[in-house]
Design a protein around this ligand. Structure first.
Ligand code: C2O
Length: 526
């Protein structure tokens, strides 16, 4: 294992990923941000210089951050935000192989482009020798307006619409927008060259696909080519017949690796990444960005070596399943049998809720509490200063459990008409049960045999989810819907894992210093 150093300069640039120019919150002037490659066991040191003019943090989605909870990048939970003009260094080891990503966790900055892929190679990956080359594909919904004004409208008093409607779909930083729908006065380029992936006939390719959207579920397919699913959110899966698909559903923040064999005629084929509009909430006239003439389809090209440069003539595979739900669980059995514990030590029952506050702002919550981060006072630091964790309470959506290596069970009942892709920090979880109905009675059977293990799963409208995981990672971990608009509306819980032990860890000086810098920054701005 080695230490890998990266330098991130966060800055706002002008870019036109889908042809329409806008301000983009970037890492090193790139969208998506630079690809981080490492090997399992490596240490990653990322020096972040924040030149955005606004505070920021970087979260490393899916990385366990064992013994480095303070580098998980969640403002108010694990660190203070990095003020503008300040540098902060993230420093952690990568104990997991697989496909991950990083993104700002400060307000909705990642919706504005502050994100990138993080790939951890593992020489023990059983599929290592099953492909010749690999590609990383990021998918995203995209908005022509910055997130800040959209967010203001989303949480405005009396607002009755749903989430801001996206304008286009992006594959690996590139989309195709019909410029006649572009906002007035905006520069728009009709001829953005499509994302192109070169293959040689007879070779095999691993595509690592990451949905970095704010809101949208995607389907991904390559005309005339099957996709063999081998990895799900960093977890290697069994080679079973159900794992071969033609169309892959991928929800917000999920990742898949698929192996594609270039076994077709030498030619060009469309790669299709499409926003599933019918998985979004209905677009009513009240909806922010109602007038969007959305292009929900981003197309890339699979180009065989030796083929001409003409447009593909290939046709799309039909979608024969419900793309709003997770990939069929039979397709994603863990590679190594890894049964969940039979007994539970800690148990939480979470209901998703929606209510209007006294100002008539519609807020989401868990058990009727809408989460509010306290930016200048991260929970993990309060615990390390030996504040009694029992003082944190469910009225703030903060839940603690203290049994070393106990088994935690979370039952999530989503009685809302909205889909919620839920993500747990610091862990991957077993999916014990998942299905229609948002009451305890709807949970009829648990899968003890070979449940899927992942870190983000889609909780469909009016449905339930039961997950289990081992409390093997002391720290403060967020559990939240990954639709960014829902995060800002409070659909977040905070889990304090093994506070007794965690409070004995030593907080690095720079993490503590960051809070002083942030508090000074706030004073100056007052
Ligand atoms: Cu992708 Cu709270 O994270």
């Amino acid at each position: 294992p080695i230490t890998r150093y990266y330098h991130f300069e966060l800055k706002i640039i002008k870019l036109s990923p889908d042809g329409v120019e806008r301000k983009v919150w970037s890492v090193n002037g790139q969208y998506p941000g630079p690809l981080i490659h490492a090997n399992k066991g490596d240490r990653l040191v990322v020096n972040v210089t924040n030149n955005l003019g606004d505070p920021a943090t970087i979260h490393w989605h899916g990385i366990f951050q064992r013994k480095t909870n303070w580098y998980d990048g969640v403002p108010g939970q694990t660190q203070c935000p990095i003020p503008s003009r300040v540098c902060f260094t993230y420093n952690f080891t990568l104990e997991q192989g697989g496909t991950y990503w990083y993104h700002s966790h400060f307000l909705a900055q990642y919706v504005d482009g502050l994100l990138g892929p993080l790939i951890v190679h593992d020489k023990e990956d059983p599929y290592c020798h099953s492909y010749d080359e690999e590609y990383v594909v990021t998918l995203s919904d995209w908005y022509h307006f910055p997130s800040a004004p959209l967010l203001v409208q989303r949480v405005a008093p009396h607002y009755t619409g749903f989430n801001p409607y996206p304008d286009s779909a992006i594959i690996s930083g590139i989309g195709q927008y019909n410029c006649s729908g572009a906002p007035a006065g905006c520069y728009c380029d009709r001829n953005v060259p499509p994302a192109t992936y070169n293959v040689k006939k007879g070779k095999k390719y691993r595509f690592r696909i990451i949905n970095t959207s704010a809101y949208a579920a995607f389907t991904f397919s390559i005309d005339c080519h099957q996709l063999r699913v081998v990895e799900v959110d960093g977890n290697i899966v069994k080679n079973v017949s159900d794992a071969v698909v033609t169309v892959l559903p991928i929800h917000v923040a999920q990742r898949y690796s698929v192996i594609v064999t270039a076994n077709q005629k030498v030619d060009n084929y469309y790669i299709r990444a499409s926003i599933m509009e019918n998985c979004l909430l209905p677009r009513t006239p009240e909806t922010i960005n109602y007038n969007s003439s959305i292009n929900p389809n981003a197309t890339g090209i699979l180009h065989y070596h030796g083929a001409n440069n003409e447009k593909p003539t290939s046709t799309a595979y039909p979608i024969t399943f419900d793309p709003c739900q997770d990939l069929n669980a039979d397709a994603i059995r863990p590679y190594k049998d890894c049964p969940p514990p039979k007994d539970v030590t800690d148990h939480f029952l979470f209901n998703t809720t929606f209510a209007r506050n006294d100002d008539d702002v519609g807020l989401l919550g868990i058990n009727d509490v809408s989460f509010v981060p306290i930016f200048n006072n991260p929970t993990n630091q309060r615990i390390m200063l030996k504040e009694d964790y029992r003082d944190f309470d469910k009225n703030q959506n903060i839940y603690a459990y203290d049994t070393p290596d106990g088994c935690v069970e979370i039952i999530l009942l989503n009685g809302q008409p909205a889909n919620h892709p839920f993500h747990l920090h610091g862990h991957a979880f077993w999916i014990m049960a998942q299905g229609p109905g948002a009451t305890l009675d709807n949970i009829t059977a648990y899968n003890f045999k070979n449940p899927v293990i992942r870190d983000t799963t889609m909780v469909f409208a009016n449905s339930h989810l039961v997950i289990r995981y081992i409390a093997d990672n002391p720290g403060v971990w967020a559990f939240h819907c990954h639709i960014e608009w829902h995060v800002e509306m409070g659909l977040v819980a905070q889990l304090i894992e093994r506070p007794t032990e965690f409070s004995n860890q030593t907080l690095p000086d720079d993490v503590r210093a960051l809070c002083m810098q942030f508090n000074n920054y706030k004073k100056e701005r007052r």
